[in-house]
Design a protein around this ligand. Structure first.
Ligand code: 13P
Length: 251
């Protein structure tokens, strides 16, 4: 059985004070949440404060991106070791916004995954097609390209530490969620790819989150799907009640 995992991707939101308030609220509301892994991914500046609050709780900390070098002349970047040092367990890699606005490619995603794993971080690796790609009937080709390119050269053992997130770009921040059937079709396809690349056991054990306009009122229905193991939540992760309801709705 795959344990569900709900992660909040806060994106470019919240000052340190706002982050502290939100995290204190989540800690209070989710203290009894059982049977689900919970992760919050604030901006870099709030990580240390978040870590202080979340230490010894059931909520884990993640970052939204990482660079692959350990240190050196790479102005503006942050290393996997620095994220560990700040208290992170997880890191989101290859989000569509990074692919779209910051030239992230499968190659850079792959390097980041390997560096994150080497530092003991658990990557949440995002894949997903854009609207034009779906409309052109190319959704599966794009997913295959993202999955095979991002995971190139990894072992089954590496995959035990990786969570995948299917985020159709047309559903992100649009209020237009993929239907559970649309999501399941892609999740099952991804699991099939994992079986081809790795093996049956690895494919069965890998958790695949759905992301894109996940809300308290659609999480239960999405979670009914066989290959859907949780959610990567954007907008609705910025409010104590909506994120709490999503976490509780996932179990
Ligand atoms: P929304 O939940 O705001 O659509 O964002 C999804 C997302 O991009 C999570 O990484």
């Amino acid at each position: 059985m795959r344990r569900p995992i709900i992660a909040g991707n806060w994106k470019l939101n919240n000052t340190i004070n706002e982050a502290v308030e939100l995290i204190n609220g989540l800690k209070r509301e989710l203290v009894d949440a059982d049977g689900v892994d919970i992760v919050v991914c604030p901006t870099y500046t709030a990580l240390s404060d978040a870590h202080e609050i979340l230490m010894d709780t059931n909520i884990k900390l993640g970052a939204q991106d990482v660079y692959w070098e350990e240190k050196g002349a790479f102005t503006g970047e942050i290393s996997p070791q620095m994220l560990k040092d700040a208290g992170c367990d997880y890191v989101i890699i290859g989000h569509s916004e990074r692919r779209k606005y910051f030239n992230e490619t499968n190659e850079t995603v792959n390097k980041k995954i390997k560096a994150a794993l080497a530092a003991g971080l658990l990557p949440i690796v995002c894949v997903g097609e854009q609207l034009e790609e779906r409309e052109a009937g190319k959704a599966f080709d794009v997913i295959k390209d993202h999955v095979t390119g991002s995971l190139a050269g990894l072992s089954g053992e590496d995959m035990e530490k990786i969570v995948l997130a299917y985020e159709p770009v047309w559903a992100i921040g649009t209020g237009k969620t993929a239907t559970p059937q649309q999501a399941e079709e892609v999740h099952a396809y991804i699991r099939g790819l994992l079986k081809e690349i790795f093996d049956e056991e690895t494919a069965e054990n890998t958790r695949i989150q759905y992301g894109g306009s996940v809300k308290p009122d659609n999480i239960k229905e999405l979670m009914q799907e066989k290959d859907l193991d949780g959610a990567l939540v954007g907008g609705a992760s910025l409010k104590i009640d909506s994120f709490t309801q999503i976490v509780k709705g996932a179990v």
